[in-house]
Design a protein around this ligand. Structure first.
Ligand SMILES: Cc1ncc(COP(=O)(O)O)c(C=O)c1O
Length: 377
């Protein structure tokens, strides 16, 4: 056997190693010039006025819920996500209202979303599942019709597009993840984006304890003798990014389009090789946008048996996600969701990363084809 094939793998090269030298050599490893540069470059890349670097998408989602004032109000959401999306609603004192999804993409079903709006609804959060864009024309129209704040959880969608705009910039607030295995990886990290100046100003304070000016600004852009002076305007958090992560982020951002093109090529190869296999179904790829291809998810009638078969051949696979509304902690918010409940039992994530070698991918494909042939006979 030729060794274990991982599910995800960040794509780090010599440039990332080099990028770490500067913060380590200058000794400025906290939030400083690299964070500022990364924020500016990211804002330019996605096309927003304000990008605020954080230590995770979870932090971005939490702050999104706080500034959207969801306390004691309902937030429309999906159960097909990492729990961060829904925990963020709870952190801010809101009530998650779970919506059903479209079977072809597992993205939120706009019709079901609109049906669940009540006078208590304050906001909605959409997740671009596996990097594939939600039906944003319908979602935006619903948000506007009902005066709801629209938050995009673009944790899996960095570089994806819809109607010529980058995912994460179509709603009022976008939240990105730079966690270890994401399209753009800084080990851990996140970005909050918005075009709203007041929201950006508040999030900048909330990310660092509610303090009005960061250390770098106080020491470099103020009166040097008064660099210790600051105001604390509200109880904030320790959510900022540091210059080590930002230095990595700058390099990863530079190669994001290339990495996503490589991801697309891997996905297309899988789709050709796995199309039409008995007991295996591929997700829809909608013409309205471009996926970021964060993960490759297939549907298999005998999902658990296929997972075991891959494991026996040293190929990792996993299920993303256990539907959040079925988790014990979310029982107060449980509601029947027929599509989620039928489809999640068939989903399986298989290896995908930009530099997945063709020989490794061929092993994954052969293993799935063997399984399908066995199941069919
Ligand atoms: C859809 C989604 N939302 C939020 C998150 C949380 O991201 P982070 O780990 O940066 O907090 C993730 C990470 O897996 C995710 O996939």
């Amino acid at each position: 056997m030729a060794g274990r094939i991982q599910l995800f793998k960040p794509w780090f090269e010599e440039a990332e190693h080099q990028a770490l030298r500067q913060p380590l050599e200058t000794g400025w490893v906290g939030a400083g010039p690299k964070v500022k540069e990364f924020e500016q470059r990211f804002a330019d890349y996605v096309g927003v006025k304000y990008a605020i670097a954080l230590n995770s998408a979870t932090a971005a989602l939490h702050l999104a819920m706080l500034v959207s004032e969801v306390k004691d109000r309902e937030v429309l959401t999906t159960p097909m996500t990492f729990v961060s999306t829904n925990h963020a609603i709870l952190y801010a004192g809101g009530h998650p209202v779970f919506c059903d999804v479209e079977p072809g993409t597992l993205n939120v079903d706009p019709a079901d979303l609109e049906r669940r709006i009540t006078p208590r609804t304050r906001a909605l959060v959409v997740v671009h599942y596996a990097g594939h864009p939600c039906a944003m024309d319908e979602v935006v129209a619903i948000a506007r019709r009902h005066s709801l704040t629209l938050i995009e959880d673009a944790a899996q969608a960095c570089g994806g597009e819809y109607g010529g705009r980058k995912l994460g910039t179509i709603g009022d607030i976008g939240c990105f993840s730079f966690e270890s295995k994401k399209n753009l990886s800084t080990g851990d990290g996140g970005m909050f984006v918005t075009d709203d100046e007041a929201v950006a100003e508040r999030v900048r304070k909330l990310r660092w304890m509610g303090i009005s000016r960061g250390t770098w600004d106080r020491f470099n852009n103020g009166h040097p003798a008064r660099a210790w002076e600051y105001e604390v305007e509200e109880v904030g958090f320790k959510y900022g990014m540091n210059d080590i992560a930002a230095a990595l982020g700058l390099v990863q951002l530079e190669k994001l389009e290339r990495a996503n093109t490589m991801r697309r090529a891997v996905v297309e190869r899988y789709r050709q090789a796995l199309a039409g296999l008995k007991g295996i179904e591929l997700f829809d790829q909608r013409a309205y946008g471009g996926s970021a291809h964060y993960s490759m998810i297939i549907k298999a009638d005998q999902r658990d048996a296929l997972c075991d078969h891959l494991a026996a051949h040293e190929i990792e696979s996993a299920v993303h996600f256990y539907p959040n509304h079925l988790l014990p902690i979310y029982q107060p918010y449980i509601t029947p969701l027929p599509v989620v409940e039928a489809e999640w039992r068939r989903i399986l994530t298989i290896p995908l990363y930009p530099h997945l070698a063709a020989a490794s991918q061929d092993r994954v494909i052969a293993c799935i084809r063997d399984f399908a042939a066995g199941a069919a006979s």
